[in-house]
Design a protein around this ligand. Structure first.
Ligand code: UD1
Length: 422
C-alpha cells in the first residue's frame, strides 16, 4: 500500500490549480441514465471515486469514454439499461445511491443495494426514500437492497419537505422529478453549489427547474431529456484544502479557478484566524498575516455554513493556533478520527462526543500516522507540512478517492512531499 512522505519546510509560494468537483461529478454522471442521448462532462476530475461511478454506470449498461486523459467524460445510455445496482460496487462508495432516482425515472423500477456503514457514520437512506415516495414511488427493503417501483404510467409530481437538507436526497429528487408528470416541489432542499451545478446540467438537458441554491426547488416534469455538454463546477473542498496549505506553512498561494461564492463561510473563519484571502481574476490568493494563527470556534452545518468536509483540515490548522479552539461537528456522528493521529504529532486535542477542543501548540512534530478517511488523510498531510521532521501518512488510498495528483500540486508550491510505493 502506498504512503505519503512529507517534510515540513517552511513557507509555500506559487499557483495551484483546482480541479472539477468530485461531489458534483458523482451526481452529474448518473444523470446520463435520464436520456438516450450523450452527456459530456468537461473538467471531470481524475479520481478513484469517479472510476467507481464509471464502473457502476457501465454495469447498468451505460457507455462511458474518457477523452483527454480523463478530463472529459462522454457518456451515453441509449441501449438496454439494467435496474440493478449491485452491492459489490455500491459498498465501495455511498454516492452510488445517486443512481436510484434516475433509474426509477427512466425504467419505472430500480433495485439498488444499501451502501452499508462508512467510517464517518451510519449514513442511512431514509431521506432519499421518503423524497422519492413523494413522487409516487413504492420502496421496500429486501435482502439489503432497496426495491423501488414507480406507479403505473411513471412517477408523478409531488410536494415534499425534508426533515434535513440532505445533499444526496436532493440530487435524487431533482433527477427523478425532472421526468415525473406534473410539478414537484422540494422544501428544505440542500443548497450546496453541487446541487446548483446538477440543476444547471439538467436544464441544459431540457429539464425545467427553478429555485436551486435556495431551500425551495420547483421542478416541472418533462417527457424526455436530451444530450448536453457541461463543465463540472470547481471543487470547493479541494479549494479549501489547498487554501489551508499557506495558512499552515506561511507564504502566499493562489488557488487558480477559486471563487469566494463557493466558500464564503470558510473564508470568514480564515479571516478570524488571521488569514487574508483576496479574489482576483485568476482565483483566490491566500496569505497568512503573522507567524501564528489565532484560535477560532467552528460549527459544521449544511451550505452556506462551514462544510463538514473541511473540518479535519481546519483542525490541522488550529493545532498550532494561539489559544484554544472548539470544533463542533453536527453533520456526521463519528468524524474526529483524525484527532488521535494528530495527537501522535504532538497536537493537544480533547474529543467529547461531537465536540473537539484543540489547544494550539508551538510546533507539531513529524510522526508515522494513518489515514482513516478521505478528508482525515489530507488533514494529516497538511499537519505534516507544518511539522518539524518527517511525517509518513499510510493508507493513502483514501486520498486518491478525492485529490487529483496531490503530491505534484503541493510540490508545485514548494512543499517537500513524495509518494512511497510499497
Ligand atoms: C454529501 C457529500 C459528502 C458531504 C455531505 C455533507 C457527495 C458525494 N458527498 O454526502 O462529501 O460530507 O454531503 O455535506 O456529494 N442522512 C440521513 N438519511 C438519509 C441521508 C442522509 O439521516 O437518507 C444524514 C447522514 O447520515 C448525515 C447527514 O444526513 O448525517 C448529511 O448527509 P447528506 O447531506 O445526505 O450527505 P451525502 O449526500 O451522503
Amino acid at each position: 500500500m502506498d504512503s505519503i512522505l512529507v517534510r515540513g519546510n517552511g513557507p509555500l509560494h506559487g499557483d495551484i490549480e483546482i480541479t472539477g468537483a468530485k461531489n458534483a461529478c458523482l451526481a452529474l454522471m448518473p444523470a446520463t441514465l435520464l436520456s438516450e442521448e450523450p452527456l459530456t462532462l468537461t473538467n471531470a476530475p481524475r479520481l478513484s471515486d469517479i472510476k467507481t461511478m464509471t464502473a457502476l454506470l457501465e454495469s447498468l449498461g451505460a457507455e462511458i469514454s474518457s477523452l483527454q486523459a480523463g478530463k472529459v467524460q462522454a457518456m451515453g445510455s441509449h441501449g438496454d439499461i439494467s435496474p440493478i445496482a449491485d452491492y459489490e460496487i455500491v459498498r465501495k462508495m455511498r454516492a452510488s445511491n445517486l443512481v436510484l432516482g434516475p433509474l426509477l425515472a427512466r425504467l419505472g423500477h430500480a433495485v439498488v443495494s444499501l451502501p452499508g456503514g462508512c467510517a464517518i457514520g451510519a449514513r442511512p437512506m431514509d431521506l432519499h426514500t421518503t423524497a422519492l415516495e413523494a413522487l409516487g414511488a413504492q420502496i421496500e427493503l429486501k435482502d439489503g437492497y432497496l426495491h423501488a417501483k414507480a406507479p403505473m404510467g411513471g412517477l408523478r409530481g409531488g410536494v415534499h419537505k425534508m426533515r434535513f437538507p440532505s445533499v444526496g436526497a436532493t440530487e435524487n429528487f431533482l433527477m427523478a422529478a425532472s421526468l415525473a408528470k406534473g410539478t414537484s416541489v422540494l422544501e428544505n432542499a440542500a443548497r450546496e453549489p453541487e446541487i446548483v451545478d446538477l440543476a444547471d446540467c439538467l436544464r441544459k438537458m431540457g429539464a425545467q427547474i427553478e429555485g436551486d441554491g435556495t431551500s425551495r426547488i420547483e421542478i416541472q416534469g418533462v417527457d424526455r431529456l436530451h444530450g448536453a455538454t457541461h463543465p463540472v463546477v470547481t471543487d470547493r473542498i479541494e479549494l479549501g484544502t489547498f487554501m489551508l496549505a499557506p495558512a499552515i506553512c506561511g507564504g502566499t498561494v493562489t488557488c487558480l479557478g477559486g471563487r469566494l461564492s463557493l466558500i464564503e463561510s470558510f473564508v470568514e473563519t480564515l479571516d478570524q484566524a488571521g488569514i487574508d484571502v483576496t479574489e482576483n481574476e485568476r482565483g483566490l490568493t491566500v496569505t497568512r498575516r503573522s507567524d501564528h494563527v489565532k484560535a477560532v470556534d467552528i460549527t459544521t452545518a449544511p451550505f452556506p455554513g462551514f462544510p463538514t468536509d473541511l473540518q479535519a483540515q481546519m483542525m490541522a490548522l488550529l493545532c498550532t493556533a494561539k489559544g484554544t479552539s472548539t470544533l463542533e461537528e453536527t453533520i456526521f456522528e463519528n468524524r474526529f478520527m483524525h484527532a488521535p493521529e494528530l495527537t501522535r504529532m504532538g497536537a493537544q486535542i480533547q474529543v467529547n462526543g461531537g465536540t473537539a477542543q484543540v489547544s494550539g501548540v508551538e510546533q507539531l512534530k513529524g510522526a508515522r500516522v494513518m489515514a482513516t478517511d478521505l478528508r482525515a488523510s489530507v488533514s494529516l498531510i497538511l499537519a505534516g507540512l507544518a511539522a518539524e521532521g518527517e511525517t509518513t501518512v499510510s493508507r493513502v488510498y483514501h486520498l486518491d478517492r478525492g485529490y487529483e495528483m496531490i503530491e505534484d500540486k503541493l510540490s508545485g508550491i514548494g512543499a517537500q512531499i513524495e509518494r512511497i510505493q510499497e
